[in-house]
Design a binder for this molecule. Structure first.
Ligand SMILES: [Zn+2]
Length: 413
C-alpha cells in the first residue's frame, strides 16, 4: 500500500504534468516501478474533436523513465481507450510524455540523445538503461521531429565534402551556413543530383536569397549554383586552391626523389656519394615543403633549408607556393588581387602547369574571394567536428543515423 502522503511526494518528484502516481513498488533487481495515471478523466477524439468521457478499455504497459537516486525508474502507464460518443469509434488517448509504441518517456529519450551526442551509442548503451535498438529508435524519432531543415535567412552557403570512410571514395556533401558557422545538413552523396534535390526542397525563396556560395574547384557545383541560385556569386575556396598547388609541389618532390634514386643505382663511386647527399636532403621533406612556412618548427625549418640546397626546382616551387599563400592572406582588395595573381601566374607557369590552368579556369571565382574573403574555413571547423562525430559514432548502423547525429549537434531539439 502506498499512503496518501507518499503519493503526493512521488507525484511531485515525478514531475510529469497532468500525471499522478497511484502506487509504487521497489524491485531490488529491477528498480522502482511507479503506477501512474492521467489526472483528467476524458480525452479528445482525434477524428472529430469531441471530448469523450466514455472509457472503452484500459491498456497498461511499462515504460522506462529517467533514473532516480541511482535507481532505474519504470512507469506503469495506462493508455486508455475511449469510445467517441459522436463518431462511435474507439480511440486511444495521446500521452504528452510518451510517444505511442515507445518503451521510454520522451524526456528519457531527450537525455539519452544528449549523451549520445557527447559520447557514442556503445558507451551509452553499455550503461544498461536503454538498448542500442532503443537509442537508434530515439535518434530516428528525433530526426523526424527536427525543426524544418530549410535554412533561415541563408546568405552565404558553403558546399564541401567529407569522406565517410577514408580511402573508400565514399563522400558526402556538407552544406553549411557560412555566416552562422552552422551545419545545415549532410547528404548521402556528393553528386549533382543528390545536392540538387535538397536545394530544390528549400524552395526558390531560400535559393534566391543566397548571395555567395563557396565551393571547391568542381564544375558540377558551379553549374548547380548557376542553375538554382540566380543571385549568388560563386567563390572558389582558397584552401582548395592551395591544396591543388601543394599536390603539384608534392608530385615534383616525389619525382625528384625517384630521379636521384635511379641515378644512385647507375652511378660510379665518386658520383654516388654526391647523389646520396642529394637524397638525404630530399628525404623527409614532405611536411617542411607543404606546411605553411610560418608554422614550421626549428627542425622542419632546417630540413627546408637542406632540401632547398639540394633541389633548385623544389626551392623555386616552394617559394611560389608561399607567395600565393601570402597573396591570399594579405591582399586587401579585388583589384590588387587580380594584379598580383596575374603576375604569379605568368611567373609560376613553368613550375605549376596544372595549378596554373586551374587558376586561369577559375580566375573570376578565385578573385571573388577578395570581395568578402569568403572561405570554407568555417566548413573546415565543422568538418573537424564531423570527423570527431564519425570517430565517436562507431556503431552507427547506417548513414541516416550518422546524419541525424550530425544535424542534431547543430540543431538541438
Ligand atoms: Zn469522434
Amino acid at each position: 500500500m502506498t499512503g496518501k502522503r507518499d503519493i503526493k511526494i512521488l507525484t511531485e518528484l515525478l514531475d510529469l504534468s497532468g500525471v499522478k502516481v497511484i502506487s509504487h513498488r521497489l524491485h531490488v533487481e529491477i528498480g522502482m516501478i511507479l503506477q501512474v495515471e492521467q489526472e483528467k478523466p476524458f480525452s479528445i477524439c482525434p477524428k472529430c474533436g469531441t471530448t469523450s468521457y466514455k472509457l472503452h478499455q484500459n491498456h497498461r504497459h511499462i515504460i522506462k523513465d529517467l533514473p532516480f537516486g541511482g535507481k532505474e525508474v519504470f512507469l506503469e502507464i495506462n493508455r486508455r481507450q475511449f469510445k467517441c460518443e459522436e463518431c462511435k469509434k474507439p480511440f486511444s488517448e495521446d500521452l504528452d510524455f510518451v510517444k505511442k509504441k515507445r518503451t521510454y518517456t520522451k524526456r528519457l529519450a531527450h537525455k539519452i540523445i544528449q549523451e549520445v551526442l557527447e559520447n557514442n551509442i556503445h558507451s551509452v548503451a553499455s550503461k544498461g538503461i536503454v538498448t542500442k535498438d532503443e537509442i537508434e529508435r530515439m535518434l530516428k524519432d528525433a530526426s523526424e521531429e527536427l525543426p524544418n531543415l530549410k535554412p533561415i535567412n541563408l546568405k552565404r552557403l558553403g558546399i564541401d565534402e567529407i569522406a565517410l570512410k577514408r580511402g573508400h571514395g565514399n563522400y558526402c556533401a556538407v552544406l553549411v551556413d557560412l555566416e552562422q558557422g552552422k551545419l545545415i545538413t549532410i547528404l548521402s552523396g556528393r553528386t549533382q543530383e543528390i545536392i540538387k534535390q535538397t536545394l530544390m526542397e528549400w524552395g526558390t525563396e531560400v535559393l534566391e536569397n543566397i548571395e555567395e556560395v563557396s565551393i571547391d574547384l568542381w564544375t558540377g557545383y558551379k553549374k548547380l549554383v548557376a542553375e538554382l541560385m540566380p543571385n549568388a556569386q560563386v567563390v572558389a575556396d582558397r584552401f582548395h586552391v592551395m591544396t591543388q598547388i601543394n599536390k603539384e609541389l608534392d608530385t615534383q618532390r616525389r619525382r625528384e626523389k625517384r630521379k636521384v634514386e635511379d641515378l644512385i643505382k647507375k652511378a660510379n663511386t665518386t658520383e654516388k656519394s654526391k647523389y646520396e647527399e642529394i637524397l638525404t636532403g630530399l628525404k623527409n621533406s614532405k611536411y617542411p615543403l607543404l606546411k605553411n612556412e610560418n608554422k614550421l618548427n626549428e627542425e622542419q625549418l632546417n630540413k627546408l633549408i637542406q632540401v632547398k640546397e639540394v633541389s633548385p626546382i623544389l626551392k623555386e616551387m616552394h617559394e611560389f607556393k608561399e607567395k600565393i599563400r601570402k597573396i591570399f592572406n594579405n591582399t586587401k582588395d579585388w583589384y590588387s588581387a587580380t594584379f598580383k595573381l596575374g603576375i604569379w601566374l605568368s611567373k609560376a607557369k613553368k613550375y605549376f602547369p596544372n595549378s596554373n590552368n586551374t587558376i586561369i579556369r577559375w580566375f573570376s571565382e578565385i578573385v571573388a574571394y577578395f570581395d568578402n574573403r569568403t572561405t570554407s574555413g568555417t566548413v573546415e571547423g565543422i568538418n573537424n567536428k564531423l570527423k570527431l562525430i564519425k570517430r565517436l559514432g562507431y556503431g552507427f548502423r547506417n548513414f541516416d543515423n550518422f546524419r541525424i547525429r550530425c544535424v542534431l549537434n547543430w540543431h538541438p531539439i
